[in-house]
Design a protein around this ligand. Structure first.
Ligand code: MG
Length: 384
């Protein structure tokens, strides 16, 4: 069988390194032809050597000389900047683009891949939040597939296999509830970044872990599901499943609810996207139902987690509103991580930015880029 050639964008992050674990477990199935990172040159150089990667891109151009010298005596070609990345993902040496970057920076390379009909395994949910209509429209126009890597969306995708033409009645999007699920609003208000970074079930990057603590992550995933599966936000029900064993569920007309379960390990959804339609053993821990004994379900609390409500508000308004919410949130989370903003400043900044948005009902890519830029200014103004 011909190997699937992967471009891993964001290869040094949490999803990127777990994608490489999947490749390590199945070297007969995959080869890595392109890797990129924002600024982690040392890690990137090690990966380039281990996987003998043809093209290596450092997005922060100031780090190019460093990466170049680290890979001087290797066969890898070294590139810098987002434009190089966009032209390389569209090249002949790539079959599947793994979008594992963090935040809005993933948008342009994802579009570059979809424009030439490449399959994109998408973990970078901010891309769909900010520009869902443009991203899915570009995929449709060019016959490109978007395969979900986010565990919830992978679960929905798996539940829909075999659904035929049956209409989806409801999507039950599960959430762990994050580290503050049982904390009072008063206690959450005092939460520090290190407390928010202690996720009970998942081992993830810093941005998504903070988003899990504020439940912005679940709000974004609702928007992501709206675009990936073409469902109304009104038909997406968010349910807390604290064990993170049910990764999401789909309800049909007859009342049947199909769930996908697995131990919380990102290598499962990553390997499902990369190996589709094959299921690959990547050494993920097996689900031990005897040990687990029971599963719990709770309703989310929008008083303590206001970001959830803001996400519904943004997607119902549509246009460039979700883009503004994403930009505001990226700035606010960064400020929180640096200790410059408190926990509830994040949702306060997000709400202010939504209110002050210069609304565009049917945004072009330029409108989206401008909304992102302008919203970041407003958000930064809320911090100083
Ligand atoms: Mg998720």
């Amino acid at each position: 069988m011909k190997k699937r050639r992967l471009a891993i964008l964001g290869s040094t992050g949490s999803i990127g390194t777990q994608t490489l674990d999947v490749v390590r477990a199945h070297p007969d199935m995959f080869e890595v032809t392109l890797i990129s990172a924002r600024s982690s040159v040392d890690k990137l150089a090690l990966q380039a050597r281990e996987f003998d990667v043809n093209n290596v891109v450092i997005c922060d151009e100031s780090r190019y000389p460093e990466l170049s010298s680290l890979l001087e005596d290797s066969d890898s070609k070294v590139w810098a900047g987002q434009e190089s990345l966009c032209s390389l993902v569209a090249g002949d040496e790539v079959d599947i683009v793994v979008g594992a970057m963090v935040g809005f920076s993933g948008l342009k390379p994802t579009l570059a891949a979809l424009e030439v009909g490449k399959t994109v395994a998408l973990a970078n949910k901010e891309t769909l939040v900010a520009a869902g209509s443009i991203v899915t429209g570009t995929a449709r126009k060019n016959g490109a597939a978007i395969l979900p890597v986010d565990s919830e969306h992978s679960a929905i995708f798996q539940c829909l296999l075999g659904a035929g033409s049956n209409e989806v009645k409801k999507i039950h999007l599960t959430a762990s509830g994050g580290p503050f699920r049982q904390w009072s609003r008063e206690r959450i208000a005092e939460a520090t970044a290190s407390e928010a970074l202690r996720h009970p079930n998942w081992n993830m990057g810093a941005k998504v872990t903070i988003d899990s603590a504020t439940m912005m992550n679940k709000g974004f995933e609702m928007i992501e599901a709206r675009w990936l599966f073409d469902v109304s936000p009104d038909d997406i029900n968010i349910v807390i499943q604290p064990e993170s064993v049910i990764h999401s569920m789909v309800e049909f007309a007859d009342g049947s609810v199909i769930a996908q379960m697995a131990s919380p390990d990102m290598r499962q959804p990553i390997s499902f996207a990369l190996g589709f339609p094959l299921r690959l053993d990547c050494g993920c821990p097996r689900l031990d139902l005897g040990l687990l004994k029971c599963l719990h379900f709770e309703e989310p609390d929008t008083e303590r987690f206001p970001n959830l409500e803001l996400a519904f508000r943004a997607i119902r308004r549509g246009g460039n509103a979700p883009c503004a919410l994403n930009a505001a949130n990226e700035v606010a989370v960064e400020a929180f991580l640096q200790g410059k903003a408190g926990f509830y400043d994040i949702s306060r900044i997000n709400e202010t930015c939504l209110e002050r948005l210069d609304f565009v009902a049917d945004p072009t890519l330029d409108d989206i880029l401008l909304t992102d830029k302008e919203t970041r200014k407003i958000a930064n103004g809320c911090i100083d």
